[in-house]
Design a protein around this ligand. Structure first.
Ligand SMILES: [Zn+2]
Length: 132
């Protein structure tokens, strides 16, 4: 489970070794929100493979935001509160306002995972180095 791509994206890990931290801080540390580290602390991968690399993650964050909005609507449907459009609108706005730091972080992680492939050999080396 810890080596899965889903775990790596959701818990904001390095795309290459899936162990090192991806961000400098927690996404909810708002003054340095979603600042990506320059290198992986475990495998030394350079996270930004070209200037302005993470600009494209804005497209991903749009899709992730829509997914959160749809999920909110489905939860309202299940709870039986999806009758009033104003309730739906306010619920979605509140959910997006509370989760936007994480949505931004996860979008950068998805973007990085699209372009940087997992390397099992490097992951094994990183794991062994952390044990010694
Ligand atoms: Zn790494």
């Amino acid at each position: 489970m810890k080596n899965s791509i889903l775990y790596s994206i959701l818990f904001l890990k390095c795309p290459q070794c899936r162990q090192g931290e991806f961000l400098k801080e927690n996404p909810y540390h708002l003054s340095r929100m979603n600042a990506v580290r320059s290198r992986c602390p475990r495998c030394d991968l350079k996270y930004s493979i070209e200037p302005s690399f993470y600009t494209g993650s804005m497209y991903v964050s749009y899709a992730v935001g829509i997914a959160f909005a749809v999920a909110t609507y489905v939860v309202l449907l299940i709870l039986g509160h999806a009758d009033d459009p104003l309730t739906i609108f306010i619920s979605i706005v509140v959910v997006l306002a509370l989760t936007f730091p994480y949505i931004g972080a996860v979008s950068k992680a998805i973007w990085a995972h699209l372009f940087i492939k997992y390397d099992a050999v490097i992951a094994k080396q990183a794991k062994n180095e952390s044990r010694t």
